[in-house]
Design a protein around this ligand. Structure first.
Ligand SMILES: *[C@@H]1O[C@H](CO)[C@@H](O)[C@H](O)[C@H]1NC(C)=O
Ligand SMILES: *[C@@H]1O[C@H](CO)[C@@H](O)[C@H](O)[C@H]1NC(C)=O
Length: 396
């Protein structure tokens, strides 16, 4: 290994990722020379969980404040960009939090059939392409992500990129890959490393959605407005009809009964339709990216497997039945990666690493897990005689 691990850790976490490879390549200047250079480090592009994005906003005359109090807030900014997300000072201030939430929320535009900002709020992502800014998960950013990958590759002697995602970032990465033409993927992606994402969501998210309905806090309102609000719901692709995820006295719900559950939890019909027409097809479309892929997940941590709302009151905290998983994502969802991605005949290289006792978020912070993750990022060769053998070896 050319760079020692302890030096690499802070680089990976805190510096713009181009530096990983750009530093190595400072000696060779022309792209053609770099192309002929011995294999070195590859650029790394990180796709974090959704909450990492930093957004700036500015208001135009079209913005209608929700209250006279909010009309005063940001009045003096006069069309200047300001930090909308994440500004903890403002979100913790009950006087302005509703105003911030109003500017953060999205509205569904029935004409274009897609989400957009509230009229009069313009936003931009801060420091796109660096670990200081991180990505916002919006469809519009797919083009920017593609340009970023191409740029990272070009800056590093045309070496293909290692794409690394965590948690919800994995859904975005997979959608991005599967919507990119196969020749493009093969040319630009050396390796996709997906950490802490299951093939079919997780049960606990049903509680998150249900509790959001009765939550009147400004942030809950924002959360309800974003398109990714349903993404991690347990998917019928992984959870079968006989697996009851929510139990009540009068009715039980499997992943196949999600529209009925969302309705019973109090979501308006229009939102349930959005689940059926947008989220469900995407969840069913979770599939092999057909580039070398390594999945890293924790297992062996007690994980909510069934929610009991005996009286059918979804506003209350449920009684929880625990099973196996990474503390958030169920083992069924994690193990399904081996069939959904691993057994796809188009998928040539696939490896699954399951680390016992490591929690969902700790996959990218626990020392041992992080070392394993980084050794996968640095991996050079993807030769696989038998997926089954490789998979068994990889399990810890
Ligand atoms: C957060 O908002 C406060 C009050 O509007 C402002 O003074 C502060 O500079 C903001 N913080 C950031 C990081 O922009
Ligand atoms: C739901 O499942 C529970 C536990 O398995 C069972 O006791 C109950 O009778 C079921 N309810 C209905 C309406 O089928």
């Amino acid at each position: 290994m050319a760079i020692q691990l302890p030096r690499l850790l802070p680089l990976l976490l805190f510096l713009p990722f181009f530096h990983l490879a750009a530093r190595r390549n400072t000696a060779s200047t022309s792209p053609s020379r770099q192309r002929g250079a011995p294999p070195g480090l590859h650029p790394v592009v990180l796709l974090p969980d959704t909450t990492c994005s930093q957004l700036e906003a500015r208001l135009t005359d079209a913005y209608v404040p929700p209250s006279p109090q909010c009309a005063v807030h940001r009045k003096d900014d006069d069309g200047q960009w300001f930090r909308l997300w994440k500004n903890t000072t403002e979100l913790d201030n009950p006087a302005v939090a509703p105003c911030v939430a109003d500017q953060l929320r999205l509205v569904f535009d029935h004409v274009s059939g897609d989400y957009r900002n509230v009229p009069g709020v313009e936003t931009r992502v801060l420091q796109f392409g660096s670990t200081r800014g991180f990505l916002a998960d919006e469809p519009a950013n797919r083009q920017r992500l593609r340009a970023l990958v191409e740029h990272a590759s070009r800056m590093n002697g045309d070496k293909p990129v290692v794409l690394v995602s965590h948690s919800e970032g994995g859904y975005f990465a997979l959608e991005f890959l599967n919507r990119s033409p196969l020749p493009w993927r093969r040319r630009h992606i050396k390796h996709f490393v997906m950490a802490s994402t299951g093939a079919g969501g997780f049960v606990r998210f049903m509680e998150v959605v249900a509790s959001c309905v009765s939550d009147v806090s400004p942030l809950a309102r924002v959360r309800r407005s974003v398109p990714s609000k349903f993404t991690p719901l347990p998917s019928p692709k992984v959870f079968d009809r006989d697996t009851l995820l929510v139990v009540t006295r009068d009715k039980n719900y499997s992943a196949h009964d999600m529209p009925a559950f969302l309705t019973a939890a109090g979501l308006p019909t229009f939102e349930v339709t959005l689940y059926e027409t947008r989220e469900l097809p995407m969840a069913m479309n979770f599939r092999a990216p057909v580039v070398p892929t390594t999945c890293i997940n924790g297992l062996g941590v007690p994980t909510a497997e069934k929610l009991v709302y005996w009286d059918g009151n979804f506003g209350e905290a449920p009684e929880i039945v625990y099973g196996d998983g990474d503390g958030l994502v169920n083992s069924a969802s994690i193990l399904a990666l081996d069939t959904v991605i691993g057994d796809d005949p188009m998928q040539e290289y696939y490896k699954s690493i399951k680390i016992a006792g490591v929690y969902h978020a700790d996959i990218i912070s626990d020392g041992v897990a992080l070392e394993r993750l980084i050794s996968e990022i640095l991996q050079e060769n993807f030769v696989q005689d038998s997926k089954k053998v490789d998979r068994r070896v990889a399990q810890l």
